[in-house]
Design a protein around this ligand. Structure first.
Ligand code: TXA
Ligand code: MG
Length: 355
């Protein structure tokens, strides 16, 4: 049985969400429906976090395996106490420092949270988003369980149009608050292990967490090795994939560009439709080649690259390319999340180029 719904696309002011829009969407959530809404990272697909049947519809709509738990979104610290227990002092410190914002904390769950949300785990992932629309909706509807609002294994949605492309006819409402500011998902930090571990790099840089947790570990082994071993739920390498095959080139810029241009030439010569996703300055290297290009902005502007990333993948797909060439950039700050998403969209296919 698939949940079917006529999807209403409603414009909302991202800075000052209209009360009547928020109230309408909150009523849909309270009555067990599904609402996609903007957060500062990516669009989320929300249901009441306290309603197991509504949460089950999220999995159905996305085609997401029931084994992959969802994040519970809250708007204040009272709600944190409603969803999690045995909250360590470190969680309070991090909440004070990083919330509202792109950090998700894995904590011990309270019984009020249905096991559907946590995929049967005793832990619950919690985050307080920084987007005014998300916060207003949660205040009006209570804690909201929400994964990214894409079909399973597709690039996360950074615009309402991406949500409609993936989920129209399967959810009740999409609140269109325009493009999201960050463009990659939150950093997921497990506070139930010693030392705490980053399960997914994201909008909160690892370096910022290190100031508070000097011994923080990164548990996404594929980041270093390209191994497909899944260490955390939802961390499988095949994720964020566009229809096209992504080839990720890594190494010194000049050598990588030469290799990428050669690949573009070879692929187009045998009739493959090729896309190139790269910082603006790279794209001149491909001038004169029959390739589709998706600019990511200035290479040094990692927030700009993050914001453009998922849209670029979807855009190249919609232009019918079969192969997407991408280049690995710096891995500091937001760059670690960018590298992680590129690596997973490439399903681990990294072509390392030496000097
Ligand atoms: O920025 C974000 O985090 C966005 C917006 C909508 O808030 N949400 C998002 O949700 O990216 P989703 O479901 O696409 O990714 C949540 C990640 C998954 O990798 C999931 O496995 C992990 O968080 N997760 C959730 N609960 C967990 C738990 N109890 N233990 C370990 N990992 C968990
Ligand atoms: Mg997701």
């Amino acid at each position: 049985m698939t949940y079917r719904a006529k999807t209403r696309l409603i414009q909302v002011d991202p800075h000052h969400p209209q009360a009547e829009v928020v109230e309408y969407a909150a009523a849909v959530i309270r009555s067990g429906g599904l609402v996609a809404f903007p957060t500062e990272t990516v669009y989320g697909l929300g249901a009441s976090a306290l309603d197991g049947a509504a949460v089950a519809r999220i999995f159905e709509a996305k085609g997401r395996p029931a084994s992959d738990p969802l994040i519970v979104h809250i708007a204040d610290l009272d709600q944190l106490a409603q969803v999690a227990r045995d909250i360590p002092p470190l969680a309070e410190t991090l909440a004070e420092q990083f919330w509202p914002g792109p950090l998700t904390l894995v904590l011990r769950k309270r019984a009020a949270i249905p096991t559907t949300v946590t995929a049967g785990r005793e832990t619950v992932a919690v985050r307080m988003p920084a987007h005014p629309v998300a916060l207003a909706l949660i205040r009006a509807a209570g804690p909201i369980a929400a994964p990214s609002a894409n079909r399973f294994a597709r690039p996360s949605p950074t615009r309402a149009g991406h949500v409609m492309d993936d989920l129209s006819g399967r959810i009740d409402v999409v609140l269109d608050g325009g493009p999201v500011p960050i463009g990659v998902e939150s950093t997921v930090l497990n506070l139930t292990t010693r030392p705490p571990a980053v399960l997914r790099p994201g909008g909160t840089p690892l370096e910022a967490l290190r100031e508070f947790i000097p011994d923080v570990r990164v548990e996404t082994r594929y980041l270093q090795t390209g191994s497909t071993e899944a260490l955390a739920p939802g961390m499988m390498l095949k994720h964020y994939s566009p229809e096209a095959e992504v080839l990720l080139f890594d190494g010194p810029r000049e050598a990588v560009l030469i290799r990428m241009v050669r690949a573009a030439r070879e692929l187009t010569a045998v009739g493959r439709r090729v896309g190139v996703m790269a910082p603006d300055d790279d794209l001149t290297a491909f001038a004169g080649l029959a390739v589709e290009t998706a600019p990511l902005g200035e290479e040094a502007d990692l927030p700009g690259v993050a914001q453009a990333l998922f849209n670029a993948l979807r855009d190249l797909d919609s232009r019918g390319v079969e192969v997407i060439l991408a280049r690995g950039l710096a891995r500091e700050g937001l760059g670690l999340a960018i590298w992680d998403r590129l690596l997973r969209s490439a399903e681990g296919r990294v072509i390392t180029v030496e000097e």
